[in-house]
Design a protein around this ligand. Structure first.
Ligand SMILES: O=C(O)CCC(=O)C(=O)O
Ligand SMILES: [Fe+2]
Length: 202
């Protein structure tokens, strides 16, 4: 398989210095479409400000952040309690990954101009080898992983109902992004389930 090839393989995939799970049809298309409409209407979407080059600008997407009962009960006050629709998706991801999650970050990309820049989800609170389960709904968007030392790339078309799990040392050695696209794109919702240790300090 050449560098940057779109993966057709499903299941667990070993990559250099990391591990992924890929299932493009984790949730059947018609159910995924209902979930998309439900989440787009019901989640409390917010466009948060971030600092970029010393200026405050709005993030290039909308977000909502939830924790479970434990995290909600005083340790991470900003997280609202996870709605039932997300709790059930969380259990499905947990069954596949074998890891329990207590939080979810929901991202809404309104069109092709909304994006997620290169980053690692490597905050101390996530632990050293975090498992992050990413479920997508609505429009398909390209997701790119880039190895920090070799520059090697892995790309996925994250379609509606797909599940991509990043595990092992992926967050230490790879960055990932959802690039902007000039093509006309409808809205996409992405849920990333994580397990946050609220007692760990950054
Ligand atoms: O939208 C995506 O597929 C990626 C989201 C992501 O990387 C994140 O929330 O940290
Ligand atoms: Fe991420």
């Amino acid at each position: 398989m050449f560098q940057g090839d779109l993966f057709q393989h499903t299941g667990w995939i070993d990559i250099p210095d990391g591990r992924l799970f890929w299932e493009p049809e984790f949730i059947p298309t018609s159910i995924a479409s209902d979930i998309f409409h439900h989440l787009s209407r019901s989640l409390p979407w917010d466009q948060l400000p971030i600092k970029m080059f010393g200026r405050e600008v709005l993030q290039p997407r909308m977000q909502a952040w939830f924790g479970d009962a434990y995290s909600y009960s005083g340790l991470h006050l900003k997280a609202a309690r996870m709605p039932e629709s997300l709790v059930s998706l969380k259990s499905q991801c947990e069954q596949t990954s074998g890891v329990a999650y207590n939080s979810v970050l929901a991202n809404l990309y309104r069109d092709g101009q909304d994006y997620m820049g290169w980053h690692q989800d490597n905050e101390t609170e996530l632990g050293t080898e975090p498992s992050i389960a990413s479920l997508s709904f609505g429009e398909t968007r390209r997701f790119v992983l880039r190895h920090l030392q070799t520059g090697e790339k892995r790309e996925f078309e994250l379609g509606s109902g797909s599940l991509l799990i990043m595990a092992g040392k992926t967050q230490t050695y790879w960055q990932h992004a959802v690039p902007k696209t000039a093509k006309l794109r409808g809205a996409r919702i992405n849920l990333t389930f994580r397990n946050i240790n609220f007692l760990a300090k950054s």
